[in-house]
Design a protein around this ligand. Structure first.
Ligand SMILES: C[S@@+](CC[C@H](N)C(=O)[O-])C[C@H]1O[C@@H](n2cnc3c(N)ncnc32)[C@H](O)[C@@H]1O
Length: 225
């Protein structure tokens, strides 16, 4: 199934969603252009939804993040949101395995006027993350890439976030199946590791965690130990 291009909002009422869109204006022209250019370039339309992007910006701001890590760049949509939340002094390391996606993202950061505050690391994140281990501890880690590796990314965040640092992870509802241990559908290979990720985040003792009930589920934990 994967992520829908258009994400639901709140109670599922289209009228309520339109109202919230009008009041909070989650997507400006810069972000809309990224979404449209990414679609025109043939990239999969699996970036965060408009409100998810706003959540990321506001949460990064609330956390006072200055040094952040993003796993899963795609076209740079969520990266721009995180950087906006971090303000002038913020820096983002973002990891992407597909050269074509990284090139579209490079253009996105440039057009958003953020090129000097981001580094795109090309390659498999779990290997490339080693390159920045010495630059930690980090204030925020956003996980939005291969679901099978979420438990590994959580383990990395446990070691490399500062105390009080924040982990955010998209798709934590496992495409609606994370609660169902008997699920055997097409996303089964992603759902089981996502379940382990949530259980370790919630009960592993390193984070105080919650689930923000977006359409995809945005898990959030603050490192306490
Ligand atoms: C859901 S998209 C990220 C969307 C992006 N965070 C946004 O909202 O704008 C997932 C991205 O992770 C990348 N990816 C998947 N597995 C990866 C891996 N092992 N290492 C690095 N990137 C990976 C994919 O190529 C894809 O671009």
């Amino acid at each position: 199934m994967g992520s829908p291009a258009e994400k639901g909002f709140g109670q599922g009422s289209p009228e309520l969603a339109r109202w919230a869109d009008g009041v909070f204006a989650p997507e400006d022209g810069v972000l809309r252009e990224i979404r449209e250019r990414s679609a025109a370039a043939g990239l999969p339309q699996i970036q965060v939804g408009r409100f998810d992007g706003l959540h990321l910006e506001v949460l990064a701001r609330a956390a006072g993040a200055r040094k952040a890590v993003e796993i899963g760049t795609l076209a740079g949509y969520s990266g721009v949101c995180l950087l906006r939340g971090m303000g002038e002094g913020g820096f983002l390391h973002t990891f992407e395995k597909e050269p074509r996606n990284a090139e579209v993202a490079r253009q996105s950061f440039e057009r958003a006027g953020l090129s000097g505050r981001v580094r795109i690391h090309l390659g498999a994140a779990l290997e490339r993350l080693r390159d920045i281990a010495g630059e930690g501890p980090f204030d925020l880690v956003f996980v939005d890439a291969d679901k099978q590796r979420y438990p590994d990314y959580l383990a990395w965040a446990e070691e490399h976030l500062r105390l009080g640092g924040v982990i955010l992870a998209d798709n934590a509802f496992g495409f609606g199946h994370v609660h169902d241990a008997g699920y055997r559908g097409e996303d089964a290979g992603s759902v089981e590791p996502l379940r382990r990720f949530n259980e370790r985040l919630a009960r592993g003792g390193r984070f105080r965690a919650t689930m923000i009930p977006t359409e995809e589920g945005l898990a959030m934990g603050v490192k306490v130990r």
